[in-house]
Design a protein around this ligand. Sequence first.
Ligand SMILES: Cc1ncc(C[n+]2csc(CCOP(=O)(O)OP(=O)(O)O)c2C)c(N)n1
Ligand SMILES: [Mg+2]
Length: 406
Amino acid sequence: MSTPEQWTQPAPRGGPAATAAAPTSEQVIAGLRATSEGGPELVQLLTPEGERVRNAEFDPYIADVTAEDLRGLYRDMVLVRRADRESNALQRQGQLGIWVPLLGQEAAQIGAGRAMRPADMAFPSYREHGVAWCKGIKPTELLGIFRGTDHGSWDSNATRFHPYTIVIGNQVLNAAGYAMGQKFEGKVGNSGDLESTNEATMVFFGDGATSQGDVHEGFVWAAVYDAPLVFFCQNNQWAISEPTERQTRLPLYQRARGYGFPGIRVDGNDVLATLAVSRWALDTCRQGNGPVLIEAFTYRMDAHTTTDDPTRYRLSDELEAWKLKDPIERVRAYLIRHEHAEPGFFEQVQADADELAAELREFCFAMPDPPVEQMFDHVYAEPSPALGVQRDEFLAYQAGFAGGEH
Ligand SMILES: Cc1ncc(C[n+]2csc(CCOP(=O)(O)OP(=O)(O)O)c2C)c(N)n1
Ligand SMILES: [Mg+2]
C-alpha cells in the first residue's frame, strides 16, 4: 500500500529526495508491487479462499442475505463476465469499434449495483456494465455505444441509470448536481412513513479520475450541501498505463477526510463486502448525513480497452497474483463449502451464460445502420439553427453520392 512516508522520506545524505513526480526506479517497482495489497483498513467479508470473515460493523448490512441471494449474486457476476467476454470477442471480429472490459471488477459493480434501491440514481463512467445489469439494462443495449450507432438506448430517467460518460470525471459533477437536487426536494432525512421516499445517488469513477478537477469540485459541492451522494471509486490499480502511485501519495479513500466526509476502503473483489459497505453508505446518505467516498480496491484484469496492450507497461506476475483473488471463484468456493449450491446450479448458470452470449451475438449481427442524420438529433435538447445548417450541408453532400459507390 502507498504511504505518504514512501514519498516524503528525508533526503538521504548526498542525493536528492525522490518525489512522486520523479520516483527512483526502486520506488516505481515497490509501488507497482504495493498495489496488490489493500492494507489493514480493507473491509473484507469473504476471503479469496471463500472463507467468511466476521465484521461487527458491516455484518448487519448483509444479515438478510440468504443462500439464494448469494447464488443470485454469483449468477449476476458470471453473466456479466460472460457478456463482457462476448462483447470483447465481437470487437475482435470487427463487429464493434471498441470495447471496454470489466473483467475482474464484477464484484465491485454487482455489490454496489445490488445495494441501490430502484429510486436511487446511478451515474456511470464507461466501464459499468455490471451496474447497468443491476439497473435492468440489457447487455444488448450497451452495444450501440461501442458499435458507434447510438449513445446508449436506455431511458436514464426510467432506469435511474445515466448515460455512459467518456470524459473522465465529468459524471461526478453531474451526480453532485443531481444529488443536490434530491436534497433540495426533501428526498433525504425523512423518517416514519416518509422514510421510503428517501433517495441517494451513486457515482462511479476510476482511480485516475481522482486527479481530475471535476472530481475535486464534485467532492466540495456534495460536502457543503450535504448531498446524498456515494462516490464509488473503483481503484483498479491502473489509469490506462499509469499506476495508482502516480495519482496519489495517500490511499484514495483517505482523501475524503480533507473534504469532511467519511471515506472507506473495501475489497472490491468481494461481493458481500461491496454490498454491505454500499448499503451502509447509501443509508448514511439517505438519512441526510451528506456524502461518502468508497474506494473499491480491485484490479483491471484485461486491457484498458481493446485498443490497449497492457503487456507494454505492467508485470505479468501482478496479473497472476490478482487471478488468485478472482471475485467469482471465492463465492463459488463459499457456496460449495457450505453446501449452498448443487452442481446442477453451476451447470444452469453456465447454460444461462451461454444463452446470453448467443443472444448478444445474434443481436449485434442484426443491428441496422442508423440513418446518418441521426447523429445530429441529440447534440442539444433544443433545435439549434447552426447545427441545422451543418446537418443540411452534410445531407446535401451525402446526396451527391446517390446511386454511386462510396
Ligand atoms: C478528460 C479526459 N481526459 C483524458 C481522457 C482519456 N482517458 C480515457 S480513460 C483514461 C484513464 C482513466 O483511468 P481511471 O479513472 O482509473 O478509470 P479506468 O479506465 O481504470 O476504469 C484516460 C486518461 C478522457 N477520456 N477524458
Ligand atoms: Mg483505473
